[in-house]
Design a protein around this ligand. Structure first.
Ligand code: PRP
Ligand code: URA
Length: 206
């Protein structure tokens, strides 16, 4: 399973500000937006393209355009913070939603919503900022593959080794693009050093 961890000064700067416990939601949201732009730029780097002849104001030339059908799928609720910046960069993408929530005691993800467009042959950009145990991403990716997705690319802010290993074993072809790879999980399955509960920090539900 290909894992890409961003190697980018601005991304490191943004992740550090997201991690800082003193960063309030009104800053956390635009920081998430900016980081998602960088994640999308990395995740789309090698997508297939086809030639397209256009005219500049000066002459005709052959350019290139994306040759892939994309579906952006945020995992509710934290992944919603990544949806708009994704659509800013990929305005032609369709959108599906997967609602998952971890049990506070067992950290087991349970599904409460799933609404997907036609996924057959599509490339899914799965948007979930935190990959901890991998339970949520596993369930979301399974739904996408079962619905016919040809390719799934998970975009996340912080990925823990346990979640990476779980996805690697379950879906060898799934790609992960993460802004940071962290050290471990604590006893409550929170990422260390992490940034806390992403959804709470995004929406101020402390
Ligand atoms: C968070 C996060 C992921 C999940 C990761 O969501 O956004 O979906 O935890 O943990 P895992 O890898 O151990 O499954 P949470 O369940 O807190 O819901 P929320 O986004 O509604 O806050
Ligand atoms: N979900 C979060 O929001 N943060 C973690 O550290 C783990 C799961």
């Amino acid at each position: 399973m290909p894992l890409t961890v961003l190697n980018h000064a601005l991304a490191d700067h943004i992740v550090t500000r997201l991690r800082d416990e003193n960063t309030p939601p009104e800053q956390f949201r635009p920081l998430t937006r900016a980081l998602t732009h960088i994640l999308i730029a990395e995740a789309t780097k090698s997508l297939p393209t086809r030639p397209r002849v256009i005219r500049t104001p000066l002459e005709e030339m052959e350019g290139r355009e994306l040759d892939v059908e994309i579906v952006a799928v945020p995992v509710l609720r934290a992944g919603l913070g990544m949806l708009e910046p994704t659509l800013e960069m990929l305005p032609g993408a369709a959108v599906g939603y997967v609602g998952l929530e971890r049990d506070e005691v067992t950290a087991e993800a349970h599904s409460y919503y799933c609404k997907l467009p036609n996924m057959a042959g599509k490339t899914a950009f799965l948007l979930d900022p935190m990959l901890a145990t991998g339970g949520s991403a596993y369930r979301a990716a399974k739904s996408l593959y079962e619905a016919g997705a040809e390719k799934v690319i998970l975009l996340c802010v912080v990925a823990a080794p346990q979640g990476i290993a779980r996805l690697e074993e379950a879906f060898p072809s799934l790609q992960i693009v993460a802004a940071a790879r962290d050290r471990d999980l604590n006893a409550k399955s929170f990422i260390l050093p992490g940034l806390g509960d992403f959804g709470d920090r995004l929406y101020g539900t402390f």
